[in-house]
Structures are given as C-alpha cells and as structure tokens.
Write a protein of this length. Structure first.
Length: 98
C-alpha cells in the first residue's frame, strides 16, 4: 500500500498520528486536489510565522515537515505532484484516532 497512508507515529506522551493517503484516489487520497492546491498547501509555510499555524479544533497535527518543503520552488513541488498522479490510486481511509 505504498503512498496510501496509515503509518503510525507514536509520541512519548501517548498521541498517535497517522500518515495521510497521498495516492490519486478521489475519496480517500489526494485525487480531488489540483496542482495549484497541492503547491499552495506547501507554500502556506514559506513565511517563518506560518510554522506556528494552529491545528484546527478537533483535527490532528501532522508529522509532515511542511516548512522543510515550503522553500522548494513551485516547479519542484509541481513535479512532486505530477509524480504522485502516476502512482496507483489506492482506497485507504486513514483513521485519525485509534
């Protein structure tokens, strides 16, 4: 289930965060995203103050290193998106809470 998410990251304080499905599957992956949205998600974190964007109430934090990718060029981020569109779409609804 490459790229289909669900890998658990357990933190010392008991919290579990699971990776997201980044296959181009429409309902449980990123298949409904377009290139502009994908690139924009990373570019939100370009400004150092964005590294403190609060997690919406009721949502989980993520282990995704957003700020690390935020300074990539838009062309490189678009290339990552283009690659992800070539992987097999896998339906895998990641359960956020154990």
């Amino acid at each position: 289930m490459d790229f289909a998410g669900g890998q658990e990251f357990r933190f010392p304080w008991g919290k579990v965060v699971r990776s997201a499905n980044i296959t181009p599957e429409q309902d449980t992956g990123i298949g409904a995203w377009d290139k502009e949205y994908f690139v924009g998600r990373f570019k939100e974190y370009t400004d150092s103050t964005a590294s403190h964007i609060p997690t919406p109430e009721g949502d989980d934090n993520t282990v995704m290193p957003w700020t690390m990718y935020a300074n990539m060029t838009e062309e490189d981020l678009a290339a990552i998106f283009a690659y992800l569109q070539t992987v097999k779409p896998l339906r895998n609804e990641v359960i956020k809470h154990p």
